[in-house]
Design a protein around this ligand. Structure first.
Ligand SMILES: [Cu+2]
Length: 137
């Protein structure tokens, strides 16, 4: 009669199994960290340099937009309602989690030294720079 020992759960994995699991977990964590989608955007003469393309990401990814501009501007990511004042003196980063799927305009509400998103009478001067598309997986 062979000596059969039945174990369940963690002890059943053995040292090698536990090591493999730890590696898998590490890869999963790296994968999560790699899900930051970075985009370098340069505004030149009130347009995105290289053309106002569409940024596409998947829902759940972290989006990092790095802005440079040749002119002060008040930036607005529609849908997510994120705003930032851009200055030609220093790059500006916007970081957010793409929680909502859809297509959203990224606009500049005002260019120039008096860039101010809050002043309603200037809303009509909104310029669409590009679009953000968040795909539902
Ligand atoms: Cu806007």
């Amino acid at each position: 009669m062979p000596n059969v020992q039945l174990t369940f759960g963690w002890p059943a994995l053995g040292a090698l199994g536990r090591r493999a699991l730890a590696v898998l977990l590490g890869v999963a964590l790296l994968g999560a960290a790699a899900a930051v989608r970075e985009f370098d955007l340069n505004i030149l003469k009130r347009r995105i340099e290289g053309g106002g393309a569409t940024i596409r990401v998947k829902r759940g990814e972290t989006v990092l937009l790095r802005w440079r501009t040749d002119e002060a501007a008040s930036l607005h990511v529609h849908g997510y309602d994120l705003r930032a004042k851009l200055s030609p003196l220093a790059p500006t980063s916007m970081r957010f989690e793409a929680r909502v799927a859809g297509r959203f305009a990224i606009t500049a509400h005002e260019f120039g030294a008096v860039a101010d998103h809050e002043s309603r009478q200037k809303e009509h001067r909104e310029t669409t720079l590009l679009h953000l598309e968040v795909l539902p997986e």
